[in-house]
Design a protein around this ligand. Structure first.
Ligand code: HEM
Length: 443
């Protein structure tokens, strides 16, 4: 694992408490800068329009049955999230969706008349693939012995390709940081209206240095950005796949959800001015996200290492004991959940008491009044718990709620085969391998 060279650096795989603490502090500060959330919503909206443009364009070339457009949702949402996280985190627009779109047609006239960005500018679909390969590689490095990785050709080749993905990602990130630092030094006025994480980090770090307080060593900015891509893209995109799957399998849930979306956005153009205030009113949508994530937590297990002797469950454990936290099993425990295998967003939703529900997206995975009867404090751990819990949960919620509202305000969505089981693969996270859906504009 050490040969991934991430231990002691960044955040998510960092086992050095001191550097982790500083990195997480700067990250949390930068994520809570004023304007960050509204900008995140604006990016989600803009990118949805781009995605919608691609879907419409492809629909013309598909011999559509009754106006339905068919697709593998996994492929699109994965690219959407990479482009989304890319602009939120670095302030630079990725071209993952456009690269993917262009794989569908070799017709030059369509390519040339395309309103959308040019994949040749830089191939960020390669970046999306690198994130995937690296994420899978984390568990490969964890489980496969260093001897095999170094000396047995099959494992050695696999290890090399993981390391190549990591290096490609780091190189891309370094280039972005270099451009932003140049702007910060030479044209700081250009950055005044920017609220992306990288600009916030560079600014906060510069302020900390000038006040002689604790600051980030330069190479840590790249590892924090690197971690954000790893932790933010596949988690959000796979969770959205499971959400869409459960919504489509449960028409009564879909109906109730669409009614809520129509209540919050009465006119079809209203989603164009979506704000955090709108999102906090989508309580049933929030309940659906919780329930889908309870049944299918994208991160099913996590680990903790005891830094000193400790007592857990009435036993004393020596320092360095590794604890495996089985989040997926906690979500299925009958002690905390009635009918745990049933998809029932209502367990998180109190219909006639909207005003008293939690209005803060920060507290997304905390209790609400109804579900408190069902579970104890740590029985819903979609975003983990304790000091290592997810710092991106509010951003994740903003992205997922925006996407659901935008999609279901505009489209009827159905599974191509409602009886087909979910196809998944589990390594570090649970990947959705395929989700064939069809969409058509709502009447
Ligand atoms: C639906 C989306 C997401 C889910 C389900 C999710 C879930 C999680 C979970 C369960 C953990 C804790 C792991 C543990 O207990 O050890 C975690 C950690 C983390 N997440 Fe997320 N996450 C999501 C989105 C994001 C986003 C959008 C970002 C940032 C852009 C992010 C950044 C991180 C980071 C940096 C950590 C490591 C925290 C630490 O080690 O201190 N996550 N996430």
């Amino acid at each position: 694992m050490n040969s991934l060279r991430n231990f002691g650096r960044g955040i998510s795989l960092n086992n050095n408490y001191e550097s982790w603490k500083i990195n997480k502090y700067f990250l949390v500060q930068s994520l809570s800068t004023p304007g960050f959330n509204e900008e995140a919503i604006n990016h989600a909206k803009d990118l949805f329009e781009v995605l919608d443009g691609y879907w419409n364009s492809l629909k013309k070339s598909q011999s559509c049955n009754e106006n339905w457009f068919e697709m593998d949702f996994v492929q699109w949402i994965n690219r959407f999230m990479t482009d989304n996280i890319s602009i939120i985190i670095t302030g630079e627009r990725g071209c993952s969706m456009s690269s993917y779109y262009h794989t569908f047609n070799s017709d030059k006239s369509i390519l040339e008349s395309s309103l959308f960005d040019d994949p040749k500018v830089y191939n960020s679909d390669k970046f999306t693939q690198a994130i995937k390969a690296y994420l899978r590689g984390v568990s490969f490095f964890y489980f496969v012995h260093p001897f095999l990785r170094r000396y047995v050709p099959y494992f050695k080749n696999k290890a090399n390709s993981v390391l190549e993905s990591r290096d490609y990602m780091l190189k891309t990130i370094d280039n972005i940081i270099e451009r932003r630092t140049f702007d910060f030094v030479n044209t700081p006025q250009k950055l005044k209206s920017k609220h992306d994480l990288l600009t916030n980090l560079i600014t906060a770090n510069h302020d900390a240095k000038s006040k002689m307080t604790e600051f980030l060593p330069d190479q840590e900015i790249r590892t924090v950005i690197f971690d954000m891509f790893l932790a933010g893209t596949d988690t959000s995109s796979n969770t959205l796949c499971y959400i869409i799957y459960y919504i489509c399998r449960n028409p009564h849930v879909k109906q109730k959800m669409v009614e809520e979306i129509d209540l919050v956005f009465p006119n079809s153009s209203d989603t164009l001015c979506i704000t955090t205030n709108h999102l906090t009113r989508l309580k049933y949508c929030e309940a659906i996200i919780k329930e889908a994530s309870r049944l299918m937590p994208v991160l099913p297990v996590a680990k903790r290492v005891a830094s000193a002797e400790c007592e857990v469950a009435g036993y004393t454990w020596p320092a360095k004991t590794i604890f495996q936290l089985n989040y997926a099993s906690i979500h299925m425990n009958e002690k905390y959940w009635t009918n745990p295998t049933v998809f029932d967003p209502d367990r998180f939703y109190l219909q006639n008491d909207l005003g008293e529900l939690n209005d803060d997206l920060n507290n997304f995975d905390q209790e609400n009044k109804k579900s408190i009867h069902e579970k104890d404090k740590h029985s819903l751990v979609i975003f983990g718990g304790g000091i290592r819990s997810c710092p991106g949960k509010k951003l994740a919620m903003i992205n997922m709620l925006s996407f659901i509202a935008l999609t279901f305000k505009k489209y009827d969505v159905e599974l191509m085969d409602v009886d087909a089981p979910l196809k998944t693969h589990t390594d570090f996270i649970i990947h959705c391998l395929e989700l064939k859906i069809k969409i058509k504009p709502r009447k």
